[in-house]
Design a binder for this molecule. Structure first.
Ligand code: SF4
Length: 177
């Protein structure tokens, strides 16, 4: 694999590591985020708990790199914890590594763009294919082929939707946007 290819697949590698090894997989996601009306004392207690959970997490480095690439944290708000860092600490990390992160985020977007192109082409090709084009198996096989094609279409559409949802979430549009 070339260094360019490695850059383009880095995000997926980081995400796989976090998915496989995170200590917070079964934790309440609300632990990591301050509620809109939450007082500082209550948030501080939860923030400490969240940071403790991250301490010793085997994928903390990967989690931090993803958080930086995702643009998590704001310099002017104490509202979250990710990778054992507060939002302000993440914002400071982003500022300190701005040039490297900009290149990494570009590589991530290139990769997603290619994935979207490939998946969209496969979806259109699949949708334009007649599942009944091979009748050798009879009516029952035709039904099975149609069902299998529907499953493939649903899976492709789900992959496309997931990539778009992730991109929107990172852009601050929210998961449901
Ligand atoms: S470092 Fe913290 S937020 Fe990141 S995966 Fe581990 S426990 Fe979860």
């Amino acid at each position: 694999m070339t260094s360019t290819q490695a850059r383009h697949t880095r995000r997926a590698v980081l995400q796989s590591a976090v998915d496989a090894g995170s200590r917070c997989a079964t934790a309440d996601p609300d632990l990591f985020f301050r509620a809109d009306d939450e007082g500082l004392a209550a948030w501080r207690a939860r923030r400490t708990e969240a940071i403790s959970l991250c301490t010793g997490c085997p994928v903390r480095a990967a989690c931090e790199e993803l958080a930086l690439r995702d643009g998590d944290g704001r310099p002017d708000a104490d509202e979250m914890v990710r990778a054992g860092l507060t939002g302000r600490e993440l914002a400071a990390g982003r500022a300190a590594h701005a040039e490297r992160l900009a290149a990494a985020v570009d590589a991530d977007r290139d990769t997603e763009g290619r994935q979207l192109d490939t998946l969209t082409t496969r979806l259109h090709t699949e949708a334009g294919t007649n599942p009944d084009s091979n009748r050798n198996g009879g009516v029952r096989s035709m039904a099975a082929r149609t069902a299998a094609q529907n499953d493939r279409l649903i899976a492709l559409a789900a992959q496309i939707r997931q990539i778009r949802t992730d991109r929107r979430a990172r852009a601050g549009w929210g998961v449901a946007a």
